[in-house]
Design a protein. Sequence first.
Length: 149
Amino acid sequence: MEAETTERIDGLLDELAVVLAEWRSATRDHDQAITHQARALATAEHRLCAVLGTLGLQRWRNLVSARAQVYTALDGLDMIRARRIRSEVEAAVADLAAVRADEAERVAVAWRRMGEVATRLVPYGPLVTDATGYSMAELRRLAAAVQKH
């Protein structure tokens, strides 16, 4: 009887070790997705700022709108410049939007994977809190959020 119990415990610990390895991989992937998102967004935003130069995006939008009004010579020069760089700004804005969408999807996929692994960890109870660094409540919330989607 004791041999069966020991075998069963060893089997559970082996299964837990596999799930914990998946957890570490999932959290590492999630952290990398967040880091990649921040870098990609910063690069796209930097490109947009470089194209705009001294013009802000809102000022550029105002200058290229049909209702733009010129009050000073500087406004006139800015309007000419805004219209000259229109295609470049539109391309940079579209690129920024695409990067936002792509990176948000990448983070969401990594987050869902964490939730799926959390679903497998929850049955082990408090045993996994030290190993994951997450409380049982956090693991349950993560697992529940993924199950809703």
